[in-house]
Design a protein around this ligand. Structure first.
Ligand SMILES: Nc1ncnc2c1ncn2[C@@H]1O[C@H](COP(=O)(O)OP(=O)(O)OP(=O)(O)O)[C@@H](O)[C@H]1O
Ligand SMILES: [Mg+2]
Length: 652
């Protein structure tokens, strides 16, 4: 068996590592660098003699280096597009940022267009992966065919699957997808052999993630448990660069009477090369200002203005940079706070804060975290290498080269199905540890119901349709049978990669239907936060909604059963007085039901059950051998969407 590599497929930079000689080792790329820009470009060359144009794909360093002269065909940051729909708000944000074209793909996903050719982001990511893989193959002299790849904790199902697909296209069997902060914690824990609660603060090129983890590393066995995770899928170094760019553009426009507008499509297209140069200068200055007090930004012959060529120079101070981006840095603190709250911890419970992501090299980021935490964060890890190193540790665990470390990760929002009356049935509650599985039996709600429609949602609202629809499917060919007698086994499973599989099965016919849920787009931290807040704000409304749906379903069940009772011996032999009470209550309940009077429905349903019990008792008193009519348990919840099911339901 060959070596399984660990890969950090980053928004701006990627890294690859192998666990060997009892430690993770970062492998250099063909240019001798330990990280590789996640840049891919289609380069065209014209043969001087024949005039023939040839084209080739270039990746990494070489692609990044020619970005200025080839802005329309140089792709970067595609991790922000992978597994997302074209109409996703985050894709719109990336559109504003990118110099290349983002277009809708054949199935409504976000794709890119290069030289008139439409391509899926997975194909672009695959090229980055292949570059990393081939660099390692050259060095170790054997093929690399298996990998563990990391993704942001907030990547949803579709994004994880897309990342796996990218691996496949690159010729890699992706053995496991793990979360970046978890990988960082794994590498850190293995290295330091420390137990305790840690916070991983990862500010990379495109995303911000914060995770609270519980590490217990000892000789008998090690465990890493993610207690909570939070973040922002659109906050990273690139946003810092954009801020600086905007500032520089304003200066250029002011000084030279130009009218570059970064937010205008036409202006952006017309000035693609100019903007690319500004962006690069901005990033360069930002990086220099991590170790210097002043950075010189020099952009000679940037463009033509009415007055002639624009030669722009500017000296930016560290203070000035900090002023431009402080609010972006501050945006990392609320998710940090939330993750602590979700983990049920206080800041003082955290033994170490680990800084990950190259943007944390900025002194102001360190200072902001320090002020928040009240202590120095740890900086003895290499922020842009630790994630790939952790992935390689996971690879070694899978290969049995490292003592087992139990990795326990969580899902950020509940996953459930829509049940009768649009009630959300939370099968897997938020912050559940993965892998996890939910299995239960649901039953039909109508006589001879031919099928059930399973709708899978993610979110915290009790009203299913207010949550995010992840996918739906229909299980048909159900055998005929009375309501409540035809059973459907439902399984929701999230695997170690965080991928969700849903299956519905009828045991009698063996018919089954399943989906690997395709999400409609990513859930950003803002979206998650908004959904949580929305759930909180609507808690009372939702409670009333759930109560009334439950009451209605219970009443329906009792009313349906009433005619059956009346044909039984115990009813026929009951005292007239009880029979009369029964009839009256049925009538009252029907009226209340028709009027949708929830309070009355609940009261009368209860009363009907009591009368039934009395009838049963009277019968038992008369003949000890008789059966008491059992009042059915009524908890309405069912898998059918518009065909509500009988109260025979799972107790969550
Ligand atoms: N010395 C430095 N000071 C400040 N910022 C830096 C420094 N070095 C790199 N960066 C910034 O860090 C970002 C890249 O970080 P990193 O390589 O960790 O991200 P990534 O893994 O590609 O992204 P993500 O984790 O979001 O997918 C870039 O925006 C880069 O400009
Ligand atoms: Mg990263």
């Amino acid at each position: 068996m060959g070596k399984i590599v660990g890969i950090d497929l980053g928004t701006t930079k990627s890294a690859i590592a192998i666990y060997e000689n009892d430690q993770p080792k970062i492998y250099q790329n063909t240019k001798g660098k330990r990280t590789t820009p996640s840049y891919v470009a289609l380069k065209k060359t014209k043969d001087k003699k024949s005039g023939e144009v040839s084209q080739e794909w270039i990746v990494g360093e070489t692609a990044k280096n020619q970005a200025i002269v080839n802005p329309l065909s140089t792709l970067y940051g595609v991790k922000r597009l992978i597994g997302r729909r074209f109409d996703d708000p985050e894709v719109k944000k990336m559109e504003a940022l990118a110099s290349y074209k983002i277009v809708p793909g054949p199935n409504g996903d976000a794709w890119v267009e290069v030289d008139g050719q439409k391509m899926a982001p997975v194909e672009i990511s695959a090229k980055v992966l292949r570059e990393l893989k081939e660099a390692v193959e050259k060095q170790i002299g054997e093929p690399v065919t298996e990998a563990v790849i990391t993704v942001p904790a907030y990547f949803n199902d579709a994004q994880r699957k897309a990342t796996k697909d990218a691996g496949k296209i690159a010729g890699l069997d992706v053995k496991r997808i793990i979360n970046e902060p978890t990988a960082a914690a794994l590498a850190y824990g293995m290295d330091k052999q420390k137990s305790g609660k840690i916070a991983v603060y990862d500010l990379g090129g495109g995303t911000f993630d914060v995770s609270i983890l519980d590490l217990s590393m000892d000789k008998e066995g090690s465990m890493i448990r993610v207690l909570a995770t939070n973040g922002d899928t659109f906050l990273g170094g690139e946003n810092f660069d954009e801020r600086i760019s905007e500032f520089l553009i304003a200066k250029i426009n002011e000084e030279h009477g130009t009218d570059i507008d970064i937010h205008d499509k036409a202006s952006k297209a017309a000035n693609a090369t100019v903007l690319q140069r500004i962006r690069e200068a901005a990033e360069k200055a930002k990086i220099e200002l991590s170790s210097q007090d002043v950075a010189e930004i020099s952009l000679p012959f940037l463009m033509q203005s009415a007055e002639g060529p624009v030669n722009f120079t500017y000296n930016m101070s560290r203070k000035e940079l900090e002023g431009l981006v402080q609010d972006l840095i501050d945006k990392t603190l609320p998710p940090f706070q939330k993750s602590l709250a979700d983990a049920g911890l206080k800041l003082s419970d955290i033994d170490d804060v680990i800084l990950v992501g190259a943007q944390t090299r900025m002194p102001k980021v360190v200072e902001t975290v320090k002020n928040f935490y009240g202590k120095e964060p740890r900086r003895d890890v290499t922020p842009d290498e630790i994630v790939a190193m952790g992935a390689s540790v996971q690879a070694a665990i899978l290969q049995g080269n490292v003592e087992d470390v139990l990795l326990l990760d969580v899902i950020p929002l509940s996953i459930g199905i829509r049940t009768a009356g649009d009630v959300m049935f939370k099968a897997i509650p938020r912050n559940s540890t993965i892998p996890t599985e939910f299995k239960d039996t649901f039953s039909t709600n109508q006589d001879n119901q031919p099928n059930v429609d399973i709708r899978v949602y993610q979110g915290e609202r009790d009203v299913a349709s207010q949550n995010k629809l992840l996918g739906n499917f229909t299980l048909d060919g159900l055998p005929p049978g009375k309501a409540g007698t035809v059973e459907v086994e439902l399984t929701l499973a999230i695997d170690a990669d965080g991928v969700l599989n849903v299956e519905a099965k009828n045991a009698k016919t063996g018919r089954a239907q399943k989906i690997t849920v395709k999400a409609n787009g990513g859930l950003s931290e803002q979206e998650v936060a908004r959904m949580l807040k929305d759930a909180e704000a609507n808690a009372e409304k939702d409670r009333i909604f759930r109560e009334s749906v439950t009451a209605l379903a219970n009443a329906d069940f009792e009313l349906k059963d009433a005619s059956r009772h009346k044909e039984q011996d115990y009813y026929k032999q009951a005292p007239e007085e009880l029979k009369q009470q029964f009839e009256e209550t049925v009538k009252d309940l029907t009226t209340a039901r028709d009027k949708r009077d929830v309070q009355q429905i609940i009261e009368k349903t209860e009363k009907l059950k009591n009368v039934l019990t009395s009838i049963g008792e009277a019968f038992a008193g008369a003949s000890t051998a008789s059966e008491t009519p059992a009042a059915p348990e009524a908890t309405p919840a069912a898998a059918a969407e518009d065909k509500p099911k009988t109260p025979k339901a799972p107790t969550p």
